[in-house]
Design a protein around this ligand. Structure first.
Ligand code: CA
Length: 427
């Protein structure tokens, strides 16, 4: 039993109805206070809590933590600890802010901050970033459009969680604008490329997990142990320039069509907080090789939504999907990633791949929703979108729901700006 998950627990901090952050969540993040001090924290309702100060005030005295683990500006040192310690900290926070202990807390003024008064920062120093491709519907849709509907799923896809290594330096948090990237594109009926701003800028609706201290080089992580190495999850938008991607991706895979930006939500929700929302995934047929077999429920029921807004209209829903649609689960992804002895470290991020459900309203990218631009989507102001325009804002949200509370991730909100600096002439 994870004590912090007690569904009857109430906090003395008020939690608005349908908040993503009840006392059962206790996510971890990093924020800047009004005095410009950066601190590690958590959130209950609309209140951010300074964990560095709580530690200084001796609230974590019975937990085996380095004295400065919450005095840092990133979560990496905390990620290096064991799951049992992450759990003890979450349980202790639940206890401190439990309704029953209200009268014992004398540090509200210093420790609590209204979320409107803080600025969320990148919570981890990301070491390496891998992007999987684990939604069968998405892989099928892209295969249909980029290759051949008859052989949409490549022969390896049902035997392993396919992935590519991405770029950590351009991962940004919610609120950071994205500039339209430039690159090479091959226009229709042309045999030589042109150069210019992407015309097919797209989002990819994904979730990502963040690892704790992983395996030594040469060692492997089994599916049965994988979840001990996973700290938590966030929402992930793998920005994509489809024209650049299409021209460059053969034969080595995504490069500049992807690495100009990927956005994450700022609060990392622990795997423990998501425990009540486990479900079975789709039956895997053909049977996998033994190292990819697993026991128990490894998918998670997390509702996902993407909205678009602009200067002319308020957020408007583009698609709703669910994390449970993934064919390959996190335990399989991590086992596959390390089966050759590749080592993972605390603070690596592994994204799921675009999460598309089986009906067209649940597709996770504009590429699929507009079927390569052939079915434009009408916006509230009467304009159409095949792909994304400058000054559009994309909002991605995720939450898991049960009887009396929901565990949410907040949102990723990202505005698209025109090309930043055109140092080369377009043609
Ligand atoms: Ca992707």
């Amino acid at each position: 039993m994870i004590k912090a998950n007690d569904s009857n627990r109430k906090s003395w901090i008020s939690v608005p109805k349908d908040s993503d952050f009840p006392i059962q969540n206790i996510p971890f993040g990093v924020f800047k206070k009004q005095n410009n001090q950066v601190c590690i924290g958590t959130r209950i309702g609309d209140v951010a809590i300074d964990l560095g100060l709580l530690q200084k005030l001796n609230y974590f005295k019975n937990i085996p933590l380095n004295r400065d683990v919450f005095q840092k500006k990133k979560l990496n040192d905390f990620l290096k600890l064991k799951k049992t310690v992450w759990r003890q900290v979450r349980d202790r926070i639940a206890e401190i802010f439990d309704d029953k202990h209200h009268s014992e807390f004398n540090h509200k003024k210093e420790v609590l901050h209204a979320v409107e008064e803080i600025e969320m920062m990148m919570p981890i120093k990301i070491g390496d970033y891998t992007d999987f491709y684990s939604s069968r519907q998405h892989a099928y849709n892209v295969g249909c459009m980029f290759r051949d509907p008859k052989n949409a799923l490549l022969p390896n896809w049902l035997h392993m969680p396919v992935a590519y290594h991405g770029r950590a330096s351009s991962i940004i948090i919610s609120g950071t604008d994205v500039y339209r990237p430039m690159g090479q594109q091959l226009m229709e009926n042309s045999s030589t490329p042109t150069f210019g701003p992407t015309r097919l800028l797209d989002f990819e609706l994904e979730m990502a997990f963040i690892t704790g201290q992983g395996n030594e080089l040469g060692e492997q992580i089994k599916t049965s142990e994988a979840e001990n190495y996973i700290f938590g999850m966030c929402v992930f938008n793998d920005w994509s320039a489809r024209d650049i991607q299409k021209w460059e991706y053969v034969p080595l895979g995504p490069f500049l069509g992807k690495n100009f930006a990927s956005s994450i939500s700022p609060w990392i929700v622990t795997l423990d907080a998501l425990e009540p929302f486990r479900v079975n995934g789709e039956k895997q047929d053909p049977a996998t090789l033994p190292y990819l077999r697993f026991e128990g429920q490894k998918n998670i029921d997390i509702e996902l939504e993407v909205q678009i807004s602009s200067d002319n209209f308020a957020p408007h829903s583009l698609t709703k999907s669910n994390y449970k649609h993934l064919y390959w689960n996190m335990a399989q992804q991590l086992a596959h990633h390390t089966i050759n002895g590749c080592n993972v470290n605390a603070g690596d991020i592994m994204a799921s791949g675009t999460i598309s459900g089986s009906n067209p309203e649940t597709y996770g990218s504009m590429l699929e929703l507009t079927w390569k631009g052939t079915k434009p989507i009408k916006m509230p102001d009467g304009t159409d979108r095949k792909f994304l325009n400058d000054y559009d804002t994309i909002h991605m949200k995720a939450h898991a729901k049960c009887g009396n509370y929901r565990i949410g991730f907040g949102e990723i909100r990202t505005k698209i700006l025109p090309v930043k600096k055109q140092s080369f002439a377009s043609n």
